[in-house]
Ligand binder design. Sequence first.
Ligand code: F6R
Length: 582
Amino acid sequence: MCGIYCYVGKKKAIPIILEGLASLEYRGYDSSGIAYVTDKINIIKEKGKLSNLINLIDKNTDTYLGIGHTRWATHGSPNKINAHPHQQGSITLVHNGIIENYQELKKLLTEYSFKSETDTEVLACLIDKLYQESHNIIKVLAKLSELVKGSYALGIIVNDDLNSIYAVKKGSPLIVAKSDDGTFIASDIPAILKHTDKYILLNDNEIAHLTKDNITIYNERLNILNKKTYTYNGSIEDISKQDYEHYMLKEIYEQPEVIKNTLLPFLNNKQKLPNIKKYQKIHIVACGSAYHAGLIGKYLIEKYCHIETKVEIASEYRYQNNFINKKTLVIFISQSGETADTLACVKKVKNNCDTLGIINVIDSSIAREVKDVIYTNAGLEIAVATTKAYSCQVAILSLIAYYNSKTKNIINEFDNLINDLNKVLKNDYRKIADLIKDDEKIFYIGRGIDYALALEGSLKLKEISYINSVAYQAGELKHGTISLIENNTKVIAIVTDKELKDKTISNIKETKARGAKVIYITTTSLDEEGDFYDEKIIIPDNKLFQSLLTIIPIQLIAYYVAKARNCDIDKPKNLAKSVTVE
Ligand code: F6R
């Protein structure tokens, strides 16, 4: 949430920073801003997408140092005044995170007059006040965590030193990097790949001092650290949209490849899956689509391994009594590895139970906190709505469940999977999308694992097309929600579980009898003719990996509906990809 990009070096800073911000725009896009140094500090900010800021700036400006920000509003509405950078006294800064005690701090900073409604401006005042006392910015930043509650990643320019950028972080991600042309601070790794594939991860309470050809990192005791330099192991191609109209479409079509990359190391015994049979119970903790992947994991683990498994939304789990002990495994699922609520849950439980992360971004905060980590090799996911990372999470959970069960016949299932994924991707789902594109409410129904898919389908549709869709357990409809079904209400019914098929079809008929138009998604072996649906989508069968096949038409329907409604598919309103605030 919020992207930070800062540069100091030999090249003109503005084009570099704007390009960096463009690759971070998925983290927030309701306003943006930049501060750059000429003979003084200049600030330009604007409401709305980054393109609005770009239109205001002369890219040729003679400046070689700047800090930039793309915002997802937390405190104060998304307008020009609340946009970053914020400047108070000697300090100009950009911030990603939330200052929880900003109201208390504000009361102590009476000598300042505040221009914005943000928590960030309070931080600028606090840092300025401390700086006026010591004139040692490193010392001030080292002290910050004692005074500030919440999370922050900061890029800072100090008036007295216009050749340097300073950074510090606690809770929010930040990397620093050096190329032949200068030094960088960014909220994620892909943002710097055009310049270098080498980067350093800042840990909490570490402070970075950047000049045009040097980076010095200090710990909170002000000792200089010799930090490890990492090399990015992906490709710069990951950032390109290739010939696809949207990243989301590209990422949907990448699924056969990335699922293969995720599963093969385990199928070839190059990597080991965890033994989960030794645990009495399993908790799976995640947010959004990762939570939906967790629900599929629960069904499979309970079915194949007979271990009681509970799936919890991280923002709830962090405030619950968790009833964990040494016989509990808690699995954390996260694409970004930075989701604040999920990260807080790891920190909360990690000393009292075993923890396993299923994470996409290597060395992300959650990956570093958990005891064991499995990486989903989904590659870089840029569209805000997740598709391929979700599928890789499901793929890993399916494999964990299967490996810990008794019967194993996995290779065939896997070979068929990749071929069948490609087949399902070739079908055209635009006719179905046309059928629902003008609706304002849609129901997704299913039972068991199909309910978990219904939840993901409903989320995908509402987040990118803004249609109000809901997912229901098919058998639960009659306990209230069926009152919303009327003539022409669209119901997307998912039936891939043989055991539950007849029951679900009865529930579908109940909606049909009340005028619903039903889009029926089922598998080849369960297919049957009938008058209980209006449109039918048939998916190949796959015992273990069924959900990976079933989700494809569901994702593509959401995509084409959003496209037909002219929505900003890769950057849906009010959202951000990496949710680093609580
Ligand atoms: C929906 C979506 C979100 C994320 C959720 C968790 O399309 O992408 O619901 O799944 O914010 O994010 P991660 O997996 O990064 O923890």
